[in-house]
Design a protein around this ligand. Sequence first.
Ligand code: FAD
Length: 306
Amino acid sequence: MASVSNSLSFKHGLSLWCPQSPSLHRIRHSSAKNFQRRGFVVAYSSFANENREFVIVGGGNAAGYAARTFVEHGMADGRLCIVSKEAYAPYERPALTKGYLFPLDKKPARLPGFHTCVGSGGERQTPEWYKEKGIEMIYQDPVTSIDIEKQTLITNSGKLLKYGSLIVATGCTASRFPEKIGGYLPGVHYIRDVADADALISSLEKAKKVVVVGGGYIGMEVAAAAVGWKLDTTIIFPENHLLQRLFTPSLAQRYEQLYQQNGVKFVKGASIKNLEAGSDGRVAAVKLEDGSTIDADTVILLPYDQ
Ligand SMILES: Cc1cc2nc3c(=O)[nH]c(=O)nc-3n(C[C@H](O)[C@H](O)[C@H](O)COP(=O)(O)OP(=O)(O)OC[C@H]3O[C@@H](n4cnc5c(N)ncnc54)[C@H](O)[C@@H]3O)c2cc1C
């Protein structure tokens, strides 16, 4: 039995179909009410038992777009089940560091406004959309193990499902600073989902000095949001300029000037030694390897996803 994390290791070949594959067309054009595959019989429209024809593990961006494709191919109704760790139907995750972080008086983006597939100009797939399309959604019940040979999976609540084909779309997680260097202090944030973004907004409402660690796209977005909240904002990163992997030095310089004109400070070529707590136990400062410290009541760590 394989245990499920964001890096799944399966001992046996995964039964994973591309919706464009000829085998799917064969099923779509079949008039049979039931079909049999590797001895696995599924009623087309019944979720009454533990048998599911198609299961997607993970309810993120990929799941939302895959669901749309299943619907387009007439393969969703009564046949597709999505098992999600989150409490929400799939949404456009990139919104979390864009419109979602706008100050509260600037009409920030909120669900259901950015469910997939609005990011590509598609339909807004609300929870009702999944119901209408006959797609079973299991929320807040992460898959804890998958048995590839038996084609079964178990969720955290103990639900057992048998699948015909499985799509694993569990995305990744934000890498965290270790606890011993302050990576879990109150006021320290990572952003992957709505709950993370809501926690950050709660901090921003009370914050005065914000430090963003990471000079990539998401760091730039979060810093722009923080100055939108009129907060003292510093971006720290180890490279020589913003978006070192993508921007030329001259392009980066133009962005850095724009950010500086809006009040953002930069600490470049810097590595973090640890995050320090104040007397109230919340993060109070970021200590750098060169011995200097930067005061902060809110720190957003965006090193990389894993
Ligand atoms: C803040 C932020 C901003 C971004 N901005 C951009 C951008 O501007 N442009 C861009 O191209 N990309 C951006 N990205 C990246 C983009 O969001 C991802 O590439 C995309 O979300 C990947 O989709 P996915 O479905 O593979 O994973 P995810 O969207 O991460 O979805 C995975 C889902 O699986 C769930 N899950 C994990 N384990 C289990 C389990 N065991 N059981 C059940 N469910 C599980 C997770 O909770 C999650 O809901 C951004 C990402 C973040 C976090």
